[in-house]
Ligand binder design. Structure first.
Ligand code: ADP
Ligand code: MG
Ligand code: MG
Length: 888
């Protein structure tokens, strides 16, 4: 097994082995772009280290061999006293984890070689600046010294010198600082800063390995659903120097605007600076376009390289580069993160440019992004007090109470408050706070600052670099001109425009929703670019998908919206709402009925009301299938709350004012009380135990369908029996239903065809699906109940109690109620489909649980071969898109 690859040996497809950074450095090297030479230690080596606590035996020799080769190519040795080769040791995992892992620059500098570097470069200040940076980074990331100690010493040095920035410190100052930094290391790390260059390198490599398992790396992976066992690669890259004076510098660039998708010159540049300086916001950067006047030659070369990269990667790339005395070097590229809106626009732009085809375009977006675009936005027309404006870093409209530290953000959000996290700038320690906040606001940093990059990744609203805001973390407030915003004051942050408002600004629907609603049209003059792009992508998806998409909707209004959003039917109409509101009294009478007669009377009063509901629904969905589920929840849910009722009865009793009905209700509530209502008298069991209940519902459906037919409509009702565990249950209910339908057919003279099917939501039903299919024309998997019963936990209880612990321990990557558990619940779905179709080849198969609108689950249902998924109306576009992506 080979653990080390030279940059010339890798390529962009080896991300798993070389990490994203290493694979792309290799790709750029092989494209002939100017990359400083180096090599990559594989993530396999890291895995061995993490599993055994030591580097694999062969690693040391392999690293030595590659280092030798690098040294001969460069004509100098690592840390050589009179002319040192310096390298960076950089982490880089398969998936980019911005700011999560550690990188150390200037490895190879020591008390001896710092003089050699000064002499070779002719710049003593530069040499000492590089050395103090090395001790600072190495001390912090490798030796675990608190970084603040170095920062404070640096600030003191600047203050003593009345220096505005680090640039104003001269060689002598930096030399003093190095002495101080070394003292800090010795004091806090319990050892001296290592003078042996190879020891520096080896320790740095090990610390990169270890950085895979820091708390913040773990948190980020959990959030992004990145597996925990991939490990990170380590890149050893010869140094180039942006801190060699004004003709040097370092910058970041995007080949397109990651917020809008527009082509152009986007990025930040900082003269006389090294590495992280640009993103850390230590000095103010200039826009990349200014590089044209600073150094035209390098600028032109950069533009040329960006063009090469876009064409080569066929996507938006982001880039890190350094200019050393007028010479441009590429230090990193990767396919760049982007906002949801930009993802859609870029995908269609690339199709137009002929760089990708439609199927590929579909892989460039996802349902989560589409969902994000459907969020509401701030109302332009609303009166709002503008506080300031920063950079629109990650879109969305966020309103919340101002908080100035992560701890408070987490605490307040736990207690149900919406908060906006406001910081001067964020760093990886702010991650929990960023997760907890509705939005993030910083007063410093550009589009590539930590806050911006991480918020975009999380899909969180973010405005950064709002310079008018004076953030005072210590006093927990910020001031803007004369306005003071204290902790707890409401602010509104618009991540699409960069504007920050005082107070709560009202929100309006997104243009994408307006488009789906049919209130904005693609191709119309006022349609925005985003709507055009979404329109086209939806068409690509609809042309390809095999899964049909239905809606879960209980009334005509929801059904009509679902239809506008592209629903091809209703997969689940819950009938329980038809028993609520003013109809409660009738249901109470039904439950309290002592005689058949009383019960029949109660049912009779419910019948016309239900029929009317169905007529409206079938009319709204004319020509499309509507699956109606017969009553599912336990009856006690329709009765008053037991405590409330007991109090009422007791009070009445104390006034000697007996209410006969309340007393009977109370008795009934006691009688119906169950320890485990979820596993109690509900679903098909109700139909079997309460005579006439299901018959009434079936009659309402059949009569409604007859009425619609009579009116020349095209009703396509499907009757669905919930919670069936065995075919016998289904057969009894089915016989009864068929009899009712026959009666309605006879009475109306209308040729009614209603299909009858069942939900598969109990393990037993799934296991005996072959038998059940004999009595069912369709199956609809109720994956919510199926998940509860397969795992044996109650959704209403566990999500708040032990799920967080399970997620933290990595038992699930995501709640099985959110994404279908493919190995367990999914396996049952798969085998039930096979068994069912064996019995009845034309069996229709669908799913109506919450999972119907979840992107990953949709892909699974596509693979299993279902006919449709059904989800809530707002998720329909997401399901359509994902079904198209699954088939593309
Ligand atoms: P991250 O993954 O956090 O971006 P990097 O490994 O890319 O970390 O390095 C951090 C910073 O140091 C980046 O700005 C990068 O461009 C710079 N850098 C890394 N290696 C070198 C090098 N060999 N010469 C000059 N700058 C470097
Ligand atoms: Mg980088
Ligand atoms: Mg159910």
């Amino acid at each position: 097994q080979k653990f080390v690859y030279d940059f010339t040996e890798g390529n962009k497809d080896l991300k798993g082995l070389l990490g994203g950074k290493g694979a792309n450095l290799a790709e750029m090297t092989n494209l002939g772009l100017p990359v400083p030479p180096g090599f990559t230690i594989t993530s396999e080596a890291c895995k061995v280290y993490l599993a055994t606590g030591t580097e694999p035996a062969a690693l040391r020799d392999e690293v030595s061999a590659h280092l030798d080769a690098l040294e001969s190519a460069m004509g100098k040795k690592l840390g050589q006293a009179d002319d040192p080769l310096l390298v960076s040791v950089r982490s880089g995992a398969k998936f980019s984890m911005p700011g999560m892992m550690d990188t150390v620059l200037n490895i190879g500098l020591s008390d001896k070689s710092v003089a050699g570097l000064a002499k070779q470069s002719g710049d003593e200040r530069f040499a000492w600046d590089s050395y103090r940076r090395l001790i600072q980074m190495f001390g912090k990331t490798v030796l675990g010294v608190d970084g603040d100690h170095f920062e404070e010493a640096l600030e003191d040095a600047k203050r003593a010198k009345k220096a505005a920035t680090d640039i104003d410190l001269d060689a002598a100052d930096l030399k003093k600082l190095v002495k101080q930094f070394k003292k800090i290391v010795t004091r806090d790390a319990g050892r001296d800063f290592p003078q042996d260059p190879r020891e520096q390198m080896d320790l740095a490599i090990r610390s990169v390995f270890e950085s895979w398992n820091t708390d913040r790396a773990k948190l980020y992976r959990r959030q992004e659903r990145i597996p925990g066992d991939l490990g990170t690669a380590v890149n050893i890259c010869s140094m180039v120097f942006g801190n060699l004076g004004p003709d040097s510098g370092t910058g970041v660039a995007f080949t397109r605007d990651p917020a809008s998708g527009h082509q152009g010159v986007y990025g930040d540049y900082l003269q006389n600076a090294q590495g992280e300086d640009v993103v850390a916001g230590i000095r103010n950067t200039v826009p990349l376009a200014d590089l044209e006047t600073i150094d035209k030659k390098s600028y032109d070369r950069l533009m040329q390289i960006m063009e090469i990269l876009e064409t080569h990667y066929r996507d938006l790339c982001d880039i890190e580069f350094t200019i050393e005395r007028g010479e441009l070097w590429m230090l990193q590229t990767r396919v760049g993160k982007r906002t949801a809106g930009a993802a859609f626009r870029i995908a269609t732009q690339l199709v137009d440019q002929g760089l990708i085809d439609e199927a590929e375009a579909l892989q460039r977006v996802n349902g989560a992004q589409l969902a994000q675009l459907m969020f509401p936005r701030f109302d332009d027309g609303a009166k709002a007090e503008l506080l300031g404006r920063g950079i629109a870093a990650s879109p969305g409209a966020a309103v919340g109470k101002a908080v100035f530290d992560s701890y408070t953000a987490v605490k307040w959000s736990r207690s149900g408050e919406r908060v906006i996290l406001i910081r001067r700038e964020t760093n990886p320690d702010d991650l929990d706070g960023m997760l907890a906040a509705e939005g993030i606001l910083t007063s410093r940093g550009g589009k590539t600052s930590h806050a911006a990059v991480v918020a975009r990744g999380m899909g969180k609203t973010c405005v950064c670099g709002a310079e008018e805001l004076e953030v005072d973390t210590k006093r927990r407030r910020m001031t803007v001109g004369k306005t003071v915003i204290e902790e707890g004051d409401l602010v509104s942050v618009d991540g699409s425009t960069g504007k920050v408002y005082l107070g709560e600004v009202p929100v309006v629907p997104s243009p994408v929703v307006e488009y789906f609603e049919g209130r904005m049209h693609a191709g119309a003059d006022d349609a925005d670019e985003l709507v055009e792009a979404v329109h086209r992508m939806m068409a690509y998806a609809d042309r390809r998908r095999r899964l049909r998409v239905r809606a879960n909707a209980d009334n005509a209004e929801d059904a009509l919206r679902a239809r506008r959003f592209g629903a091809q039917g209703i997969g689940l109409c819950r009938t329980e709402h038809m028993f609520l509101g003013e109809r409660r009294a009738m249901v109470e009478r039904l439950i309290l009925a002592d005689t058949d007669d009383e019960r029949d009377q109660a049912l009779k009063t419910l019948l016309p009301l239900q029929k009317k509901d169905f007529v409206e629904l079938f009319e709204a969905m004319d020509g499309l299938p509507v699956t109606v589920r017969l009553l599912d929840p336990p009856l006690h849910e329709f009765l008053p709350d037991i405590t409330e009722l007991s109090v009422r009865v007791a009070l009445a009793e104390s006034r000697e004012d007996h209410n006969e009905n309340d007393l009977r209700l109370l008795q009934a509530v006691h009688k119906l009380h169950e320890q485990n209502p979820m596993l109690g008298l509900r679903g098909v069991r109700l139909g079997l135990v309460i005579p006439g209940l299901f018959a009434m519902q079936v009659r309402a459906i059949a009569e409604a369908a007859a009425e619609r037919k009579h009116a020349k409509g095209d009703p396509r009702a499907e009757i669905m029996i919930p919670l069936v565990g065995t075919v016998q249950e289904l057969e009894i209910v089915r016989d009864e239903a068929e009899q009712v339908i026959a009666e309605v057919r006879k009475a109306t003279g209308i040729d009614l065809r209603l299909s009858l099917g069942t939900m598969i939501e109990l393990p037993r039903a799934a296991l005996t699906a072959g038998q059940i299919a004999e009595a069912a024309e369709f199956f609809s998997f109720g994956t919510n109940d199926l998940t509860q019963t397969v795992w044996g936990f109650s959704r209403d209880d566990v999500e708040a109690s032990f799920f967080t612990a399970y997620l933290e321990k990595g038992i699930f990557g995501v709640s099985p109620f959110e994404t279908i558990d493919m190995d367990g619940v999914g396996a049952l779905v798969r085998s039930a489909c096979e068994a069912g179709r064996k019995t009845r080849p034309d069996l229709k198969l669908g799913i109506c649980g919450e999972h119907g609108g979840d992107p990953e689950s949709v892909h699974f249902f596509h693979q299993v071969g279902l006919d449709y998924v059904s989800c809530s109306p707002f998720r329909i576009p997401v399901a359509r898109l994902e079904a198209g992506r699954a088939a593309a």
